[in-house]
Write a protein that binds this ligand. Sequence first.
Ligand SMILES: [Fe+2]
Length: 235
Amino acid sequence: MPAGPLTIGQSGALHIREERLSMRKDACRLLYVSDIHLRRTRSDNLCRQVIESVRASKIDLVLLGGDLVDEPAELHKLRDLVGALRELAPVFAVGGNHDRPVGLNRVGDAVVQGGGEWIHAATARLAHGSRVIAVSGPDAPSASAGDVRVLCAHNPRVWKTARQQGYDLVLAGHLHGCQWVAFEFRDRLFPGAVFYPYCYLSHQDRSTRLVVSRGVSDLVPIRWRCPREVVLCHV
Ligand SMILES: [Fe+2]
C-alpha cells in the first residue's frame, strides 16, 4: 500500500491503483470509480479529476460504484460527467447509500441521460475481443454468464455472500473504514477493520477477488495514509 501523506482538501490528482487478475496482453481494463459525492462546492473539481484519470488510463469500461451525488441539485453534474466519460469508454453505474436520499431512480435517470447504463439491479455485458465481461449490480439476482463475472457494488458487506456466488471480481467502496490508516494487517486496514470487518484493500478467496476502493471523495476531506483513488482492474 502506498503510505501517502496527510492530505487536507481534494485538489490533487487521483491515485490510480492497479489490481491484476489477469496477466494476458489483451486483458480488459476496468476502472472502478466510487464515492464521488458530488456536492455544490466540489463537483467541478471532482469531475475534472475523474475524467483525467480515465483519460490517463486507456480504459475499456468505467464502473461507477455508488455514492455518486450528495444533493439533488448536482444530478445535472452527474449527467454531464457520464456524458464526458462516455466519450472515452462505456459507463456502467450503481448507487450507494448517499444516493438513496436523492432517489436511486433519479440518480439512475441522470446516468442514462448521460449515455451510461444503470445496472443497480441488472447485469450488463461488454464484448472485449473474444470474451464477454458480465458486470452485475448489487441487487442483480446472481452472477450471470460471462467469461469474466464482476459484481459492481458499493458496500463491502456484500462480500459476506458474494464470495460464494461465482464472481471473479467483487468491487466495493464506501470508505467505511476511516480515512486514517495506521497499519495494514492480513489485507485489512486498521483501525477501520476493528469496526468494519470487510475493511480490505484487496483480498483473494479461492477464485474470487475482493477489491475495495478508498474512493474519490468523502465528507470530511482529511486523510492520512489513505490516498483518494480510482482502481484500474486488469481482468
Ligand atoms: Fe457509502
